[in-house]
Design a protein around this ligand. Structure first.
Ligand code: GDP
Length: 296
């Protein structure tokens, strides 16, 4: 049966009751277990190494206080370090800019960008009472603009009128003007995705960024694609300087490894997580909960 990382760590240390400080050999045994568990959770190798170094520094020589077992203490050190690496606190979407606040969504095709655009719009509208306009700038996929329009209709969110023949920059300009004239608080710009990152996509998105000066650039990444998602995030961030990440399909990622890799590799906050296909299946990212999930 699958044994959780917490159980495995407790197993190593609970043999050594009655000692004052954790020795290097004990800690080494624990590090091997942590390494294995993180790799099993598909955490990127450089991130695993960095994490283990941090934990080792904390753990070697740490004095075991009387009220806990050595195992419990190491589990706590690992948990605290995971939380630290995941970013400590939930960081919400910032709307601290002049209305209409542009939020640009970027990511690969199929990552969940369009669904997430509607989820965010719905959340801002229902919880924060903001008036939100959504616009699809995806002129690549014929059905993309229609998909967003339908999602808007289903969820009571206004979408920019579809005008055939416009290029993404023209649509973006029209969205900003419509939002200004219509008194909207927020404009969500759903950009086109591709199957992989290519130069044409990056140029297109950079152009839209220049035109709209987005307050948030949110990278949408599929947590189930693991290391590929991390490489994608890195590439997008290097070119676009994203302000945050939305991890999707976290409902199917039982181990939470993608969140750790993503955060550690880009240094950018994970702001929200997608936990299902429905429009309300979006949650704030809580580092503690993901750390619990990784520890099992
Ligand atoms: P896009 O190409 O990036 O715009 O991706 P879509 O928004 O069209 O999403 C692709 C598929 O992923 C759709 O079937 C969505 O319902 C599904 N999806 C998006 N986010 C989530 C999520 O958080 N969990 C699950 N289970 N499915 C999701």
């Amino acid at each position: 049966m699958f044994e959780s990382l917490s159980d495995r760590l407790s197993g190593i240390f609970d043999k050594l009751t009655g000692r004052g400080a954790l020795s290097e050999a004990d800690v080494d045994a624990a590090m091997r277990e942590i390494r294995r568990a993180l790799l099993e959770a598909d955490v990127a190798l450089p991130v695993v190494r960095q994490f283990i170094e941090e934990v080792r520094r904390e753990a070697v020589g740490a004095t075991v206080v009387k009220s806990v077992t050595p195992g419990q203490m190491v589990v706590k050190i690992v948990h605290d370090e995971l939380v630290k690496m995941l970013g400590e606190t939930a960081e919400p979407i910032s709307l601290a800019a002049a209305a209409p606040v542009p939020i640009m969504m970027v990511g690969l095709q199929g990552s969940g960008k369009t669904t997430t655009s509607a989820k965010i719009a719905r959340r801002l509208q229902n919880r924060e009472k903001k008036r939100v306009l959504m616009a699809s700038l995806d002129t690549q996929r014929p059905a993309a603009q229609e998909q967003l329009r339908v999602l808007g209709e289903e969820n009571g969110i206004e979408t920019l009128k579809i005008v055939p023949g416009q290029n993404p920059r023209q649509i973006a300009e029209r969205a900003m003007t419509a939002a200004r004239l219509g008194g909207f608080d927020v404009v969500i710009l759903d950009t086109a995705g591709r199957l992989s990152i290519d130069e044409a996509l990056m140029t297109e998105i950079a152009d839209i960024k220049k035109t709209t000066n987005p307050h948030e650039i949110l990278l949408v990444a599929d947590s189930l694609t693991g290391q590929d998602a991390v490489a994608t995030a890195k590439a997008f961030d290097e070119r676009m300087n994203v302000t945050g990440i939305v991890l999707t399909r976290v409902d199917g990622d039982g181990r939470g490894g993608a969140a750790l890799s993503m955060r550690a590799t880009t240094g950018k906050p994970i702001k929200l997580i997608g936990v299902g296909e429905k429009a309300d299946a979006l949650e704030e990212f809580h580092p503690r909960r993901i750390a619990d999930r990784i520890l099992g």
